[in-house]
Design a protein around this ligand. Structure first.
Ligand code: ZN
Length: 105
């Protein structure tokens, strides 16, 4: 919410009035705009590989991104190639197996 307040601070008085009218008149659906932005973020690869930290070039066809976790707390991880994705998945599976093993004990 701090960044939202910063956004509002950056607007001029006339822009605030215009924004208020847009929302009141239903011309600006804030929930829809936020959902659209979330979808945009989800579609993009991250800036670097989750395994080796290499920078990911946006148009490299060897990039992979996975999403996991619950709907309200999704996690995203991107990779520079299949080797890094495989390494990540093996570690993730081992971590889960360790957690499950701890629960059983
Ligand atoms: Zn990598």
């Amino acid at each position: 919410m701090y960044r939202f307040k910063q956004f509002l601070e950056a607007l001029e008085h006339y822009e605030l009035i215009h924004l208020k009218k847009q929302v009141e008149q239903g011309k600006l659906d804030v929930v829809k705009e936020v959902q659209h932005k979330i979808k945009e973020h989800e579609k993009k690869h991250a800036a670097d590989c989750a395994t080796c930290s290499n920078d990911l070039k946006p148009y490299n066809s060897n990039n992979y991104t996975i999403m996991f976790g619950s709907e309200d707390f999704k996690k995203k991880a991107s990779f520079c190639g299949l080797d890094c994705l495989e390494y990540f998945l093996i570690n993730l599976k081992q971590d889960k197996d360790d957690v499950n093993a701890e629960k059983i004990e």
